[in-house]
Design a protein around this ligand. Sequence first.
Ligand code: SAM
Ligand code: SF4
Length: 474
Amino acid sequence: MRDLKTEKLSKNAVDFIDDALLEGLLDNARPDKARVREIIAKSLNKEPLSLVETADLLAADEPELVDEIFAAARELKRKVYGNRIVLFAPLYIGNKCVNDCRYCAFRRSNENAIRRTLSHDEVRQQIEALENVGHKRLILVFGEHPDYNADYVAEIVRLVYSVKVGHGSIRRVNINAAPLNHDEFKKVKQAGIGTYQIFQETYHHETYAKMHPSDTRKGDYLWRLDGLNRAMEAGLDDIGIGALFGLTDWRFEVLGLVSHSLYLQERYGVGPHTISFPRLRPAGGVNLGEDYLVGDYDFKRLVAILRLSVPYTGMILTAREEPELRREVMAFGVSQIDAGSRIEIGGYTEAGDAQVMEREQFTLGDIRSLDEIVHELLSDEYIPSWCTACYRLGRTGEHFMEFAIPGFIKQYCTPNALSTLTEYLVDYASDETRTAGEKTIRTELDKLPDSPQKTELISRLKRIRETDDRDLYF
Ligand code: SAM
Ligand code: SF4
């Protein structure tokens, strides 16, 4: 096992989270009506908010103002992202772990956890099962362990891309794993990964120290906070941040996420590609008390405020949440969700519908199938999308202006969403979902202005229906 003392941090690495400053902003926030409305207007103008402005929104708890914040988040989502929702699935590769995070069932001191790492054949079987229901985008999840080093992660990524059944293929593999050093990030990038996610879990130093014993790798706050800087220096410019809500005051964590985002933007000219905001779930042997658990109402507030503060960052809502809440929160600016998820190791072929505590990291709130979720999205007038075009065409990082270029959505995102939806309907959907999907496609095509590109799109959709041609994107 390597020694963190000899590892190199990024150039001029600093711990840019100042707890006293963030707490001061929360204590001195000014949530009066005029001020809150002024901040909302700035955000609707698609300008990122400062920490002070975010703190003011966090302090606004009058129901009338909270409703205005919700309404603004809904409007901004429509303005910036349109009605697409990108779908993915998590794939847990192995749960061996040298860390002892107090909230996680994979922690090393949990003797009840059944430790397992998928063999190559088992990975293949999981991928086949995922492709057979229509998935195209995955996030691979690993515990932190010497067995899961960068060479291993890269090998698994290549394996995943190589598996193809029928018209199925995995076109984008994201990673959620431990922070790496520069050379290791380069290795996983070479394997063709999309986003590398590292959640800080909690930005609050004292809480961080309580949750992550100091004699563990994850006990080093700065090594983790600096992780994505090393990724950027290694040329991996597609990165995701996140906080695990339920460990300390949720308002503090929102300021932590916004600080992180502003820091990356300032230092590299590009912010995080995605923000995740998982809420703590029941997990084997975990009992952290209820002091900081975030209720549904506050959860909605935090999602809406994040949307307003970082208007151009993708937001990921996971199946940790129950179906009804997911449906509601989706409208506040979520751009990606997982669907049909199983998080037991081997869960896509083995576990059936039951969730088995000893085999998973935590329990999920939404275990509906991909088809059920696609059907619900269509009924709610979203376009389910499996688009992977931007990252495959190199439209990432500072060159990636997806949401800043006027017309980008009409030019690329909607056509690509409709192509991937057509693939799904032809190859995998139930009859009911196919009917709903065809209706959505007609409606969305009607909304697109006539152009040579629209003609080309219509001809491509026909090719997908009538031939084996797939993976056509702009
Ligand atoms: N082991 C790597 C790490 O810790 O960075 C990879 C990620 S871990 C397997 C995935 C994420 O699950 C963690 O970053 C944490 O935020 C989240 N998680 C852990 N325990 C959880 C729980 N009880 N409820 C909800 N999310 C949890
Ligand atoms: Fe290990 Fe990650 Fe779980 Fe912590 S959160 S115990 S590092 S798997």
